[in-house]
Design a protein around this ligand. Sequence first.
Ligand code: PMP
Length: 444
Amino acid sequence: MTVFNGSGAIEPPAVSIDLGFDHDHIWHPYSSMNAPGPLFPVASAEGALLTLEDGRQLVDGMASWWAAIHGYNVPELNQALQHQLPQMAHVMFGGLTHQPAVTLAKKLVELTVPSLEKVFFTDSGSVAVEVALKMALQYWQGQGEPGRQKFLTVKSGYHGDTFATMAFADPATGMHGRFGGLLADHLFAPMPPLQDSPWEPAAMEPIAQLLADNHQQLAGIILEPLVQGAGGMRMYRAEYLDGIRQLCDRYGLLLILDEIATGFGRTGSLFAYEQAGIEPDILCLGKALTGGYLTLAATLTTQRVADGIAGDGDGTLMHGPTFMANPLACAVANASIDLLLASPWQSRVQAIENQLHQQLEACRSLPLVADVRVKGAIGVVELTEAVEMNWIQPRLVDLGVWIRPFGKLLYVMPPYIISAEQLTLLTAAMYQVVDEMAQRSRGE
Ligand code: PMP
């Protein structure tokens, strides 16, 4: 097998991936050592295609979990890394600084609302959320109200896998069952109503009541704007987000928006909060920040919050990871942002949205389909029963697509550069596997 990268052929790997060793020794995300499930060795990736070691090519519907917005093997991003590498791969950020970090912080401050002007770099989305929580807690310590240690969130949310962030997973379906006693006890409002139902201001009443009863013990509200991702792939209306901002203002609470999944164009605007015309007090970014090349995240906040934190003793924000502001990651993030802004990303996301609407609608009439939802470059088919991963994953690969369902959800969020033909392959495969699932459950 020979792989082409546009600038010439790359030799295939001399030794094939040792799947037996992988099976026996390596955990994959949410997997069991005893029954790890099907695994597909990838040799390379290019554009919107993943090439498996056996030469099969799969159209990528996942953008590597929301991150690879430009696709793979992107010349501009490769070049940014090649340029940065000989200068320095990494230096500690304590007491030192460097151009890639300063350039990136400037870009993030410029791209987001004017009130967000302070930047903290971390190495993953979960940690960016941890830092956001710390900022909020230290803000209240600085205000002489250290008792404000709880947050309010909505059910069906997801903010990460570390202990502080797991506490915001849905209390019924999330991590509480397993780690209950170790997770902080926050407040949960009902899920926001789905975007397709007509807007009823009464939707704000349950959360308004929770706040009226509990605001004195709260530091802030945290949620994913407009799209709840890993907690259920649920899209909700901008009016709800606007209502949350108003409630935060009424009680002087901080609003933390987790745009780790939605940031950088995925919902049709550069950041989802723009569609509600609101400004968060703290914003978390990650995933697509580096175009899916390296692990980097950022937490942005306002002068008010930074001043509040500084009001606490010597004002030190108590966080400082080893790989903070890694220069390679910052350099590729800078190139990814430049590439995004120079591209017709809005029309690309709009075209993906239109096509997903048109092509996924057909799934609605299939047995086993509970709902079809589309927002920006995100298409979801919710089923009435959980998928059987050992059957559906190889079947999707047979159909030439890389789609990774979970629970009752079959969904895609492809790279923005996907072609209309490639996207059709994704939606056709979704239709086909759901149809086959129904046949299987009828015993055909
Ligand atoms: N917040 C949201 C909204 C996410 O979707 C994710 C990742 N799925 C995270 C936080 C955690 O990010 P990471 O996996 O980089 O820790």
